[in-house]
Design a protein around this ligand. Structure first.
Ligand code: LLP
Length: 424
């Protein structure tokens, strides 16, 4: 992948125009990139978008119009899916699936009310659902005993992870399902986020073993998400065709063994959304601190938490506000935000170690674009330091559509209540 460090535009839209129209910081998504990534996965029977990566209704609507179905991990995500036009119900394949390790009471009520299929990540969920409904199919999220992610915090397999049903408890879960009048119709394995093909490929064997324990009631298997995506200059996109072939062979062997077709699902979040997104910020201070030069932006970890949480690397580019077109020399800089916390640095490694990055010379008023922020960017934003949530803009068919406006101060404090106290 090629990420230049000096840019003028995003998908044909001048960065300065976007910044002036929507203010900074602002998230911008290039719809064409999401659609390209959707098309990469067309060999799978079902692409089920893990909406946690970027769940704006306009993005859900976009993926829905391109044939993608959706995964929801909370009551809020079920409501979003419904609001974006996905239909509830258990038709095959279901448009909305609830995948989680617990039911909170609201989520349980919603899946019962709307007949939304459940992918159970804990044995207790089988009993809790069974108390409310019977004669339904359920799927099980299995923890195969190993996992891998771009960070230990995104590894969802093995004993150190809270996720999924432990693979050795599958027999127990079959009994629970039978006792509750539920049938296990699918298995799902998601071993982590931002992993690699080597680890992902090991899942096929674990899936096949688990599928034979369940037997011919199975009608679908899901490879989960986790597909890596390029973030650094030179990163290659994964070989989707090779990955599909491994899963297709697994599915075909199971279909032959069980004598019925098995549908093959994939559940990407990052892969569909990451590359489409850019966070546009303005450089508000350029300061020398001993040996180090800092660019301080009006965006902080309240807007993009991945660097402080995981030491994640995001490509960055300066967009000059003056003399467009003139290439500027690069210098080593540290890029940080406005928050009152030392960790508010976008150029850091896991463990909080600040690092330098070669970026073009810049001054106050120039823009800085943080790339590959479409997944787990805006959705992980917060109001820390009483900063409003940033707007989102979708670049679609040559137009820049605002898909969320900036949160107002009144909205930010709107749910807060100061108790009436007796006057002294
Ligand atoms: N399916 C399940 C059950 C998941 O838990 C996840 C992600 C996905 C699919 C989608 O994974 P993906 O294809 O995006 O790798 N905030 C972290 C990522 C957390 C992922 C949580 N689960 C980050 O910024 O890297």
């Amino acid at each position: 992948m090629n990420f230049p460090t000096q840019i003028e535009s995003i998908a044909g839209h001048a960065v300065a125009d976007l910044a002036q129209q929507f203010g900074t910081p602002t998230y911008v998504y290039d719809a064409a990139k999401i659609v390209e990534r959707i098309n990469d996965l067309s060999q799978f029977d079902v692409t089920r978008y893990a909406q946690k990566a970027a769940s704006n209704l306009a993005i859900l609507d976009l993926v829905r119009r391109h044939g993608v179905l959706v995964d929801s991990v909370s009551a809020g995500e079920i409501r979003r899916a419904l609001a974006a036009g996905f239909k509830a119900g258990s038709d095959e394949p279901p448009q909305i699936v609830y995948t989680a390790d617990i039911f909170d009471r609201e989520a349980l009520d919603l899946v019962v009310e709307h007949n939304i299929p459940v992918n159970c990540g804990s044995p207790d969920m089988i009993d809790q659902l069974g108390e409310r409904v019977s004669d339904r199919g359920i799927t099980l999220r299995i923890n195969p005993g190993f996992g891998h992610g771009h960070s230990q915090k995104t590894n969802t397999g093995g004993e150190q992870s809270k996720h999924g049903i432990w693979h050795e408890q599958l027999d127990n879960c079959l009994d629970r399902a039978t006792r509750n009048g539920l049938t296990i119709t699918g298995l799902h394995m998601h071993i982590g986020s931002g992993t690699d093909l080597e680890h992902l490929s090991q899942v096929c064997g674990a899936m096949e073993k688990a599928a034979h324990i369940v037997g011919p009631t199975l009608t679908s298997i899901s490879a989960g998400g986790g597909l890596p995506t390029p973030y650094r200059e030179g990163d290659q996109r994964v070989d989707i065709a090779a990955y599909f072939d491994l899963w297709d062979a697994t599915r075909n062997r199971l279909a032959t063994a069980f004598g019925n077709p098995i549908s093959l699902e994939i559940e990407p979040g990052r892969y569909l959304a990451a590359e489409s997104g850019s966070l546009i910020a303005e450089i508000r201070a350029v300061k020398q601190m001993g040996k180090n030069l800092y660019y301080l932006l009006d965006a902080g970890f309240n807007d993009l938490a991945r660097p402080i949480l995981y030491g994640s690397y995001h490509p960055m580019a300066v967009c000059p506000a003056t003399e467009p077109g003139r290439l500027r020399p690069e210098q080593e800089v540290i890029v940080g935000g406005p928050l009152c916390e030392s960790g508010d640095i976008f150029t850091q490694e896991e463990g909080g170690f600040v690092c330098n990055r070669p970026l073009p010379k810049a001054s106050v008023g120039d823009y800085l674009v943080i790339g590959c922020t479409g997944a787990y960017g805006s959705v992980m934003g917060s109001n820390y330091n009483s900063k409003p949530l940033a707007p989102e803009v979708l670049l679609l068919d040559g137009k820049a559509h605002q898909i969320r406006r900036r949160q107002t101060f009144e909205e930010m404090i709107g749910a807060e209540i100061v108790p009436e106290v007796e006057k002294e």
